[in-house]
Design a protein around this ligand. Structure first.
Ligand code: AMP
Length: 281
């Protein structure tokens, strides 16, 4: 496994790999790898013979007062996990390598960022779309894998790839959870032992919503208010949003007549957690 820090070096590699008639898969990450990331790597290897992961805590997707500085990092551990997973190259640039002092070009989407996480994180998806475009131009992958854990991010990337005619297959991979149901996230290390149980309320609320829908409750506001009640019953939680929406446009749905996305963001202590589930009537 090779570690590459420089754009020029990374950009020159794909031509050589493709000359050997190998396809390249990319898994973009911010590091502090866990089993969710590993599952994306395994998925990537189903679609390509050469696997690149990026480890880059992207400053442009963090807002003021968010956890850019304190975001968990452990490169040695990441290296060992990536090597075991069969990664060929880790692309791990410094922020100044990616964003020059005169950087001024961003990729923005018109509608998808105006929902869910985009409301409380206004520039987040601009940062995501921009870094992913840059990574696509640097790594030149045939395929790229993203987790459904960040459902809105996946929707944004798919839309961007379609709108800009990028010749890259985008693969969505399922949410990987702890045994107790908590969706894996690098940010879970922020949770104190006493915040674990409140953190589980997200998954409990999603399961409860699916049960309600299956029992015939199709009014989204009723399903949301039950979820609010469940999550609010823990004093450590502060709800950012709970939404029932169209999985493609992310616009709110009032009456559930087909599969819908239920998505939520909740602060547990200082940690902002997100989770989602496609609910089936
Ligand atoms: P991150 O390092 O948090 O930016 O995540 C990198 C990629 O891993 C994104 O495509 C995430 O959606 C994905 N990911 C993060 N957590 C999970 C999880 N629990 N299950 C599946 N994919 C995940």
């Amino acid at each position: 496994m090779q570690i590459i820090n420089k754009i020029k070096e990374m950009q020159s590699l794909p031509d050589r790999i493709k000359r050997e008639e190998k396809r390249i898969a990319l898994v973009p990450t911010m590091g502090f790898l866990h089993k969710g990331h590993i599952s994306l790597m395994k998925e990537g290897l189903k679609h390509a013979e050469f696997l690149v992961i990026s480890i880059f805590v992207n400053p442009t997707q963090f807002g003021p007062g968010e956890d850019l500085e304190s975001y968990p990092r452990n490169f040695e551990r990441d290296f060992a996990l990536a090597e075991k997973a069969g990664v060929n190259v880790i692309f791990a640039p410094e922020a100044k390598e990616i964003y020059s002092a005169h950087f001024q070009t961003y990729v923005t989407l018109q509608d998808l960022p105006n929902h869910l996480c985009g409301i409380s994180r206004p520039d987040h998806f601009r940062g995501v779309a921009t870094i992913v475009t840059k990574l696509f131009n640097i790594v030149k992958p045939n395929a790229a894998v993203f987790g459904q854990k960040d459902f809105q991010q996946l929707a944004v990337i798919k839309q961007m790839v379609s709108d800009l005619n990028l010749d890259i297959k985008i693969i969505g991979a399922p949410i990987i959870r702890e045994d107790d149901g908590l969706a894996l996230s690098s940010r879970n290390v922020y949770l104190s032992p006493s915040e674990r149980l409140p953190a589980l309320s997200l998954f409990k609320a999603l399961n409860n919503s699916q049960r309600l829908l299956a029992s015939g409750v199709t009014d989204a506001s009723k399903i949301i208010s039950e979820a609010v009640e469940l999550i609010d019953s823990y004093r450590e939680t502060v709800i950012d949003y709970i939404a029932v929406c169209d999985p493609e446009t992310l616009t709110d749905i009032k009456r559930i007549e087909k599969p819908v996305l239920m998505a939520l963001a909740v602060k547990v202590g200082k940690t902002r957690l997100i989770d989602n589930m496609v609910l089936e009537p």
